[in-house]
Each structure stands twice: as C-alpha cells, then as structure tokens.
Design a protein around this ligand. Sequence first.
Ligand SMILES: Cc1cc2nc3c(=O)[nH]c(=O)nc-3n(C[C@H](O)[C@H](O)[C@H](O)COP(=O)(O)O)c2cc1C
Length: 191
Amino acid sequence: MRQRSQSPGSAYFYYPRLVCVIGARDDEKATANFAPVTWATPLSCEPPLFGACVSPSTRTHHLVLKTGEFTLSFLGMAEASLVDTLGRLSGSQVDKVKALELVLEPGEVATTPSLAAAYARAECILVDRHQCGDQTLLVGELQRVRVAAEAYDVQGVLRLDRISPLLYLGGNRYVTTDPTSESRPESRGDR
Ligand SMILES: Cc1cc2nc3c(=O)[nH]c(=O)nc-3n(C[C@H](O)[C@H](O)[C@H](O)COP(=O)(O)O)c2cc1C
C-alpha cells in the first residue's frame, strides 16, 4: 500500500467507531439533553467503568458535572439522521427532547432518562474525571444495563443479523456492519 505522512488531526484515521448517545438531566430547563459521543470506551469490568471524552464546551459536560450521572444509549443505523442532528444542535440553545420529539425511557436507578429507540442502554454514576487536553474524560460506574432481549445471543454477543449498529466514519458519514463478514478464527497455536 502506498504510504502518506500527515499531521494528526488532518484525517479521521481512528474511525469507524461505535456511536453512543450520552444523556444528562437538565434541571434548570426541566428537560434532559442528549448528544452523540464516539470517543467513548469501557474502562474496567470490576468495578464496571465506562469513559466518555466530552468537550467542556458542550451542555452535556456542564450537566454531567452538575448532576453526577449520565446515561448511554446505543442506536441502530436507522437512527443515523437523528444522531447527526443531536450532534449539530446544543442543549444550550435548543431543548432537543422537544424539538426532535424524542421518546425517553426513565432510568431504573438513575434519574436521567435514555433513548427508547436504543437497542442497549446504560445508567452511570460519575465517579471520576480527567482532563485530557481539550477534552474531559468523564468516568461513569455502570449501575444498570438494559438491552433488547432479541438483540443479543446466549453468550451476550450482539446479533448482527437483527441489529445494525451505528458507526461513525467522520464528517457527516455513518456506516454499519456486514453480518456476513463475521469470522470465528481458531487461535494460531491450536493448528
Ligand atoms: C457522530 C458524532 C460523534 C461525536 N462525538 C463526540 C465526542 O466523542 N465528544 C464530544 O465532546 N463531542 C462529540 N460530538 C459532538 C457533540 O455531539 C456536539 O458538540 C453536540 O452539539 C453537543 O451537544 P450539547 O451541547 O447539547 O451537549 C460528536 C458529534 C457527532 C455527530
């Protein structure tokens, strides 16, 4: 393959990445706010920690620090347009729940709702935060996870024949997985 050297930040080299939508309670405006994040990752099994890198310029950042909790909603490819719109608007200017007629699911433990359209949702209590350059890594401890039963097999693996997870490519481009590309390789040492 022909190589090209370039400065970091001038290419979406770390995409595609799974999209999740972070939800936060907005008590001042008596609503909730939702914004997509792709710079997000599981961090620990025990305790179960999940981290999201969120810009301090967002309403989400302000709200999560204020309420000490957030939710995560994982959506399918059919919601690409909704996700893109959530990422272009700010809760500082717009009540996204009202403007986009979002259907919400109340939390089981947390008082922050998540998106009803999600195939998987999680409720997190903010337990830590780290400044990482121009982002804040918000670390949540998972309290409850709720998944669509038909979306996962008995091993807890996402059924790609039923769910098309939403991945972000960069810009306003999204993609999903091809279920026929799944591979179950044997480890090379077993041969
Ligand atoms: C697909 C997608 C992924 C995004 N990922 C992140 C991210 O990981 N971290 C972040 O701070 N902003 C991310 N953004 C931008 C925020 O969603 C955007 O700034 C949003 O308007 C913030 O809304 P708020 O001000 O209501 O919190 C992403 C946007 C899109 C469309």
